[in-house]
Design a protein around this ligand. Structure first.
Ligand SMILES: [Zn+2]
Length: 312
């Protein structure tokens, strides 16, 4: 018996469909030839202020990876494994970012060939509730002679948040710094003493005075300060653009330049600086942008390549 032969000519719509399909399957540009292209995993949507993960993986040798996001170029470290090479990056948007569709481009050298990948991420709006707080008058409206000091301290903290160890020392989920529940969330629109309006740039944990604060990931202590508004502060660089900052500490147990392991206690919680009581304030900066730390502690709420990374 003769096998049925499908013998219909390819019409223009067919060709368009096939061309589009090839376009979807094949990464943009690059020199064709390698049959081991890389796979880029990004979340489809991300909430304003949230951190997210991006992963490029390939069975071919990944030699260099650059990610273009939000007018920055990020160079994640590449992890070789028996079968697969991966480059994992943590990215984020600020709490004031405009919702909308953003492009993410990745340039990589795979098996000696340059390739470019592009995807789109929809930034979703997020509601940030209000919160009214009462603090000491000198913390609400610092006296004039303190203004210069506050400016210098802010500049030192901003500088510390821009440091970047070239290797990734963090893994997901991050280690919770204290056991206490989360109190004030990231991004809240705060009013101090019914007067001063400030956004909450971190996440507060319940932590009675003297509670040990543990490193959310391994890293290098890049700043230790006794500051007016943040109180005793420690900044740790976890590599590849992820930096954490603890404030209001009663005791600091590390020095600048020291290395801490994931889970290592580096100080105690307290009530130094502008506070209503003892707690831990944790800020996390990703590629120079302050993001919501909360998703970092829970694999399910961290968007992006998280599912694929549980074993890494
Ligand atoms: Zn706080």
């Amino acid at each position: 018996m003769q096998a049925p032969i499908i013998n219909r000519p390819l019409t223009l719509p067919h060709l368009i469909i096939i061309t589009v399909a090839i376009g979807l399957l094949w990464p943009m540009a690059g020199k064709a030839g390698s049959n081991r292209p890389a796979t880029l995993v990004v979340p489809e949507t991300v909430a304003v202020g949230a951190p997210f993960l991006v992963e490029l993986s390939s069975s071919g040798k990944l030699e260099a990876v650059e990610i273009e996001w939000s007018e920055r170029v990020i160079t994640p470290s590449i992890t070789p494994a028996a079968q697969t090479y991966t480059a994992l990056a943590m990215l984020g948007t600020g709490m004031n970012a405009e919702p909308g569709v953003r492009s993410i481009r990745v340039r990589a050298r795979v098996d000696g060939r340059n390739r470019t990948y592009q995807k789109f991420i929809e930034l979703l709006p997020k509601e940030f509730p209000r919160e009214a707080l009462s603090v000491a008058p000198g913390m609400n409206k610092p006296p004039k002679e303190i203004h210069g000091r506050i400016k210098r301290e802010l500049a030192a903290m901003r500088g510390a948040l821009r440091t970047e160890l070239p290797q990734r020392w963090w893994k997901i989920p991050f280690h919770r710094p204290v056991e206490g529940i989360m109190l004030s969330r990231f991004g809240l629109r705060r009013t101090f003493n019914n007067e001063t309006k400030r956004r909450h740039t971190g996440l507060d944990f319940r932590a009675p005075e003297g509670t040990p604060i543990e490193a959310i990931a391994a890293g290098k202590v890049v700043l230790v300060g006794k500051y007016y508004l943040p109180g005793n502060t420690v900044v740790i660089d976890h590599g590849n653009g992820v930096v954490s900052m603890a404030m209001h500490m009663s005791r600091v147990m590390v020095k600048e330049g020291e290395w801490v392991e994931r889970g290592q206690a580096y100080g105690h919680s307290g009530a130094t600086g502008r506070v209503t009581g003892a707690h831990l304030h944790l800020s996390v900066s990703v590629q120079g942008v302050t993001v919501d730390p909360e998703p970092l502690f829970d694999l399910d709420s961290l968007t992006g390549a998280a599912a694929a990374l549980q074993s890494k």
